[in-house]
Design a protein around this ligand. Structure first.
Ligand code: NAP
Length: 517
């Protein structure tokens, strides 16, 4: 079986010890195995900090942008191979594989643009000079310079390509070397992408390291100039936040975690209208895409009671049309969940939800699926639930069921609606569908404190919106509370995590000379 290795200290190294096995979740065949036991993480960190960091910092933003462009070109040439790996190891349909892989390269290109715009600089000026003395001669301004350590990235299983590259692009452009660790279950794609990046020889030595398997003692060794960016469950986030590196040495930790995202329809939206169709498409897509294993997927759909029956019927019809099965079959639109553990967890969530809500669609144990041997694979069909009142099913606002599951809830007044959305504890994204502008403003403003991103669906943007589930590199990604309280991307904003913002005071004319805009 294929053995995945770690790329650390500028070399590929094989771990010792009992390996973890990576499966095809549609067939349960073993695809590869990996272990990182015995890897010298202290040496890996030193190599990144002392070789990769200085090499990146010696370049201007424009020069780093050209490196990102080179990585983009190298990866793009292997797109078809990556898609096949993603189908095999991630249980993704071809379109779902492209969503992850093309998302990664699109993010690289977005950061190429950011870097080219920053040009020949080596640091970022954050704002103009402010007079802080009695006369304009004495002033102060803020500058941002790259951290002198390394960035460790720990990623979730659902986006092995996008998760790795979106984080790396931002850190590299900021001038910080990266040590990336994908989730073990789906590490095959990230491993192959790393091979391609290494073979391309675009990035300087030490700028990129890769850990296949556990992080061992790596995180314990992080110091005050390092940073840790994590995407995954709230449970793991809590473990990482309790690391001494964070509690005692103030290592920055950015968390992107779970989320109970909401979609809301306004009472003005009539069945069959462009806005109705837009919402139906986006809800249906989020339940199906990546078998609902998407942190930004809509989980709660709030509808005025008068629209409930029509919307429920239309969504049920869409869900029951979806072909579930082995994504190696081109007709399949929804593949398996990633693992037995994930399937058990989703089934348990559905069990809990079934006690409080009415199931209108879904099968926990589908049979005779295309391309699937009886008894094999981690499948279930899309599930749609409906609840009688906005408060009737507390579990909907408490538990993230990370699978193809959505719940429809009635709403009648905006205050109760916003309160119900907020009970999710902080979300990555919510969406409001209405052509009533005053309602749109009220909801977007009222929901903003509880969400990292909001989308407004209306007849003006029907057909041109990528939907709330698509993270845009130009806009921030992250959310308060349960969603982790973190922030990534957002164009230049994302680089702040990898840079120190320093206030500099002195003779204003000199500050202008030292740090020109
Ligand atoms: P997870 O179980 O928390 O694992 C995430 C990552 O953390 C994996 O790479 C895992 O490695 C690693 N990890 C686990 N325990 C660790 C420890 N003690 N020390 C260091 N690393 C550790 O999450 P998941 O099951 O992969 O992902 C699903 C969750 O991620 C969902 O809740 C979803 O909402 C969330 N998610 C959020 C976003 C976002 O942007 N907000 C995006 C995607 C997913 P191993 O695989 O080797 O255990």
């Amino acid at each position: 079986m294929l053995q995945l290795k770690c790329f650390v200290g500028g070399e590929w190294r094989k771990g010792s010890g009992k390996p973890a096995v990576l499966l095809n979740p549609a067939t349960e065949d073993g695809l590869a195995e990996t272990s990182s036991a015995g890897i010298d993480f202290a040496a890996a960190l030193t190599h990144a900090r002392t070789i990769g960091g200085p090499a990146l910092r010696a370049m201007s933003f424009a020069e780093r942008a050209e490196k990102l462009q080179g990585v983009y070109e190298a990866l793009y040439a292997y797109r078809e191979e990556f898609i096949e790996l993603s189908i095999a190891n991630g249980g993704n349909t071809r379109n779902d594989a492209k969503f992850d892989i093309d998302g990664s390269t699109a993010t690289l290109l977005a950061y190429v643009d950011v870097g080219r715009e920053l040009g020949d600089r080596h640091l970022i000026n954050d704002g103009d000079i402010t007079q802080i003395g009695r006369t304009p001669r004495y002033g102060g301004k803020h500058i941002c310079t790259p951290l002198q350590g390394a960035a460790v990235h720990v990623n979730a299983y659902n986006f092995p390509a996008w998760g790795m590259i979106e984080k790396a692009a931002v850190a590299w452009l900021a001038g910080v070397p990266v040590i990336s660790k994908p989730a073990t279950a789906t590490a095959l794609l990230a491993h192959r992408m790393t091979e391609v990046i290494v073979e391309a020889g675009v990035m300087p030595d030490g700028a990129f390291s890769f850990v296949a398997g556990s992080t061992g003692d790596l995180l314990d060794q992080l110091g005050p100039q390092d940073a840790l960016a994590f995407t995954g469950s709230g449970t793991t986030a809590a473990v990482l936040r309790s690391l001494r590196a964070h509690t005692e040495r103030s290592v920055r930790v950015n968390v992107e975690a779970d989320s109970l995202n909401a979609a809301i329809m306004g009472p003005d939206v009539s069945p069959g209208s462009d806005t109705w169709q837009m919402m139906l498409n986006e809800v249906a897509n989020d339940v199906r895409q990546k078998a609902g294993q998407k942190c930004t997927a809509i989980r709660r759909v709030f509808l005025p009671p008068v629209q409930m029956a029509d919307f429920a019927a239309a969504l049920k019809e869409r869900m029951e049309d979806i072909v579930v099965g082995n994504p190696a079959d081109a007709n399949v639109r929804l593949g398996p969940l990633v693992s037995r553990t994930q399937l058990d967890d989703v089934r348990a969530g559905i069990g809990e939800l079934s006690e409080q809500a009415t199931k209108i669609s879904g099968n926990l144990e589908p049979r005779d699926l295309p391309g699937v041997e009886p008894g094999k694979g981690f499948f279930l069909t899309p599930h749609v639930f409906q609840v009688a009142g906005i408060d009737a099913a507390p579990v909907v606002h408490e538990r993230e069921i990370f699978g193809p599951v959505v719940t429809l809830l009635p709403w009648e007044d905006t205050a109760t609606l916003i309160d119900a959305c907020a009970r999710g504890g902080g979300s990555l994204v919510s969406s409001v569908y209405t052509d009533d502008r005053s309602l749109a403003r009220e909801l977007l403003t009222g929901l903003a404190p509880y969400n990292g991103r909001l989308t407004h669906g209306s007849s003006k943007v029907a057909g041109i919106s990528p939907g709330p589930g698509t993270v845009m590199p130009q806009l921030v990604h992250g959310g308060p509370g349960r969603a982790g309280g973190g922030e990534e991307l957002g164009g230049m904003r994302g680089m702040s995590f990898y840079m120190q913002r320093t206030a500099v005071q002195g003779y204003s004319a000199l500050l202008d000379k030292f740090f020109p805009d």
